[in-house]
Ligand binder design. Structure first.
Ligand code: GLU
Length: 284
């Protein structure tokens, strides 16, 4: 049995674009280079922003790319019971508390305290001051660190950076931070390969793993694909959807990952060569 389980976990908030293809490709090639399993998970937990049509479109492109999940494709909307159960464990053990602050309360407190506006000032830590809206994970001042396979040591004091963070939102939906940790653990994921935009979320997720007594996976955050204005490509920002020539798109994503064009004449040949090259990299 392989000791490696990787995954690609797109949120269906738009079609697959150059940035998400780079994440799909890197996670797929890394899994294959480790003779590991590779899973697809549709992260549709944020039902306000996700669309079924985008899930279908992403899965259709992955299928055309020949990137098949080595297990059932998970949809987070089908996992609410699991999130609820873990949420209650955290609540029972005092890791999570109810918060009655509105966005405005938080904004005003931060202005008073001279803190960054999205930082949670801890107002409800000792008890909510009104009806509970959301639930937060309690953090304290200490450095949370991990070693990223590409970027090396990363340290963040979560209390300083974001403060107690939301695990269940005011609209009743579970937050990405909780859902992603529960699912990665549930699916036995050992290696997370994803975009660098999520690097600063990782310490929050590590705190959840620690609170739950679960092993923390390895992380590899890949460079972000930027547009001409040097902004991160995003589905919401209207990033160009992939063209029909998926081999060409893979070659471009591969170059974005820092490699030279392979010049393969089929997707299969491209993957074979890419796996070979990836294996030669020192950090694999
Ligand atoms: N669902 C997230 C996204 O599409 C990725 C989450 C992750 O890889 O941890 O940006």
């Amino acid at each position: 049995m392989s000791l490696y389980v990787g995954r690609f976990a797109p949120s269906p908030t738009g079609k697959l674009h150059a940035g998400s293809l780079a994440a799909a490709l890197a996670s797929f090639i890394d899994a294959r280079a480790h003779d590991g399993r590779w899973l697809i998970r549709i992260e549709d937990v944020d039902q306000m922003r996700c669309r079924e049509a985008f899930s279908r479109s992403i899965l259709e492109v992955l299928s055309r790319l020949g990137m098949a999940s080595d297990g059932p494709i998970i949809f987070q909307t089908e996992h609410t019971a699991q999130y609820e159960e873990i949420f209650h464990t955290l609540l029972k053990n005092g890791f999570v508390y109810g918060c009655s602050c509105s966005r405005r309360d938080i904004h005003e407190a931060n202005l008073r305290l001279g803190k960054p506006l999205n930082h949670y000032p801890g107002t409800c830590r000792e008890g909510a001051h009104g009806p509970v809206r959301a639930y937060r994970f309690r953090v304290d001042h200490h450095p949370v660190s991990f070693v990223d396979r590409r970027l090396g040591a990363y340290v963040q004091d979560v209390e300083e950076t974001v403060g107690d963070f939301i695990v269940k939102r005011a609209d009743g939906l579970f937050a990405y931070q909780l859902a992603v940790v529960v699912d990665d653990h549930d699916e036995g994921v050992t290696d997370i390969v994803r975009g660098e935009d999520l690097l600063d979320n990782t310490p929050r997720q590590i705190l959840l793993y620690e609170a739950l007594g679960w092993p923390v996976p390895r992380y590899l955050h890949i460079p972000l694909v930027l547009n001409d204005r040097h902004e991160k490509l995003s589905k919401q920002g209207g990033a160009r959807p992939l063209g029909d020539d998926l081999l060409l798109e893979c070659e471009l994503a591969w170059q974005h990952l820092g490699f030279e064009r392979i010049g393969a004449d089929s997707l299969d040949a491209f993957y074979r060569k890419a796996i070979e090259i990836w294996k030669e990299k020192a950090d694999v």
